[in-house]
Design a protein around this ligand. Sequence first.
Ligand SMILES: [Zn+2]
Length: 366
Amino acid sequence: MEIVEDTVYLTDSELKRLNQVIQKMIAEMKLYREFNWKSLKSIAQKYDEYNIRIPKPKAVVVPMKKQEVIGMAMQYFQSLGNDIYHQIVQAVMQQKKNVIVEVYDKHEIHDYTEMNEFDMPRYDDIPNVKRIKGKPQSTVYVPLHSDYSRVEKNAIGAEATLSDLYAFVHEISHLLDYNPNITENKTRKLVAESTAIAFEMGLSEFLLEKERFPREAIIYEYNTRANHLFNCLELFYMFLELIDSKNLVEEITKESLVQLQDKLQYKAKYTKYLFHRILKERSSLLTLGNYGIAAMLSPTISQKLRDSKKREKILEYLEYVKNDQLDKFFDPLELGEQDIDYDTMFQNMQMQLDKINGREPYKREI
Ligand SMILES: [Zn+2]
């Protein structure tokens, strides 16, 4: 076998494990296959063709007070109309007995074993929402300063930062398409992140209009997320290709892996990371798919969400997701029926990117 630079090679035992995991994943991936197996692949391919450009942002940290984070988030939700605002108020003000929202300084929590009244951990060190299967209660965790890759708390000495506002909006938005009566919601398994990230993207537009924060800080939040989503999309696409080749050749060999990398011209960095994820953490591959789908759908969802004339469509979408209507949830997004309307999808993506980055609309050369 010819050794090609940048090609990633697996050992025999790694290869065996890769085949085992992919075999197991084929069943789990059925959901993705039914809905958008092909479209995900096409999207990832078209991503190159459409030349979506996401500038690497410069890190900007904006200090905030904790109350300001909550207040600003509520102002944003209010700007999205009564329906949404009402649901959020119920959740955040904890009038609904089924939700606890915990906002705390992560540096001040020393005991992560403490439990809350739902018998769930009181704290967690990353923003997320937890539920116990079959029970209606949710705990929303928003640890302030959880993003240590960006800044150390002591470096700014603030209660919170703009990043915490994004995390708060993201996690709270997860409540909007959740239905405690459905334990296995397939639709939500696909698009939960699309919903939450659409609300994040809408926040960027809202904050730009408010002019309360420096534009660079908003660009930083937006582009960091957008880059993350497209990385997930690319990785997930590679993973789908791997599954396809496993179906084709039955057993992935060292040679077929080399051919695949060759054919797709993957960067070694990506390939290594993907193999790592497949070999180490199988469940995280589904998360990868969820974020990949968000790359496609979130700009369209957030655009309609912010448009009072089209918001009705998103309320419909949220209802369909909430009630696991896999055959319907896509319709309100108006992205095609039988065939996905990629042009509109990519235009929406590009338009939002340009708007946030303050660029002239980008014209695609055909
Ligand atoms: Zn999320």
